[in-house]
Write a protein that binds this ligand. Structure first.
Ligand SMILES: [Zn+2]
Ligand SMILES: [Zn+2]
Length: 254
């Protein structure tokens, strides 16, 4: 069976720069099955159950899996009758309140695009240990509020800009993160856009028995449904098919 790319965005419903027709066509060209997961959260267009229902209804017209990407920290409760219209919920961190100050990760995104070469996250974060503890506390709080299926781009966090991930991301954070994901039945996303997880976290994830989901996090058609990095990681670390998050009814694009 073709791989399922769970994570794509459209212009209709969030910050993609493509129509859903373009996403479906790109999936066909790339030979993958596709899921949509537009942004939801208090700061997004999809900020209520009513709008999520409209989004789910829209998605039923297309041969796609139905997901959403909730902004952790600015989430809202998805009611059961809304949730049942969706195949899965991705929860991702795009900003965090650390010691009372809200940090946006938009600087990090600019840095990855080469638009902010002298970005120094430590000016924002101050203390890595506090930052990573706060990250885990946020996930714990969100997972106790409602069920998530996937943690989106797990290391898209400002420390990413500080150097090689193995040197920057603490091992205690990796271990506690994996324990938290397994306890709550949440899959770790392998993101083609963010090239995450890095090797050590992948290896530990496989050993710990976590599930993995695959995502291009496509916003623009050229990068949409491209799964080179996830495929490389799956083969490098021998991830079995049964460990890859899938939605059996996700339809193959014609
Ligand atoms: Zn995201
Ligand atoms: Zn996304």
């Amino acid at each position: 069976m073709k791989l399922l790319d769970c994570h794509n965005h459209t212009a209709e419903w969030s910050d993609g720069r493509q129509s859903i027709e373009q996403v479906v066509e790109k999936a066909r060209l790339e030979g993958v099955r596709v899921g949509l997961a537009d942004h939801a959260g208090l700061g997004e267009y999809l900020n209520s159950n009513d709008r999520l229902l409209a989004y789910a209804d829209f998605l039923t017209q297309y041969p796609v899996a139905r997901g959403l990407e909730m902004d952790l920290g600015r989430s809202f409760i998805v009611q059961p009758q809304t949730r049942e219209k969706f195949d899965y919920m991705i929860g991702s961190v795009h900003g965090m309140e650390v010691e009372g100050v809200r940090l946006s990760f938009s600087h990090l995104i600019s840095w990855t695009k080469g638009q902010m070469p002298d970005y120094n996250p430590l000016l924002q974060i101050k203390n890595l240990e506090t930052f990573f503890k706060t990250h885990l506390t946020l996930l714990e709080k969100e997972y106790s509020a409602q069920k998530y299926d996937i943690l989106g781009h797990p290391t898209m966090l400002p420390p990413l800009a500080l150097g090689k991930s193995e040197d920057v991301f603490p091992e205690w954070w990796e271990d506690q993160l994996l324990t938290l994901l397994i306890k709550n039945g949440v899959a770790l996303e392998i993101s083609n856009r963010w090239l995450t997880p890095y090797d050590r976290l992948m290896k530990k994830g496989v050993e710990a028995g976590v599930k993995f989901s695959l995502g291009s996090d496509g916003h623009e058609t050229p990068k949409t449904c491209v799964l080179d990095y996830p495929k490389e990681m799956i083969s490098k670390f021998g991830v079995e098919q049964s460990r890859v998050f899938d939605i059996s009814r996700a339809i193959e694009a014609a």
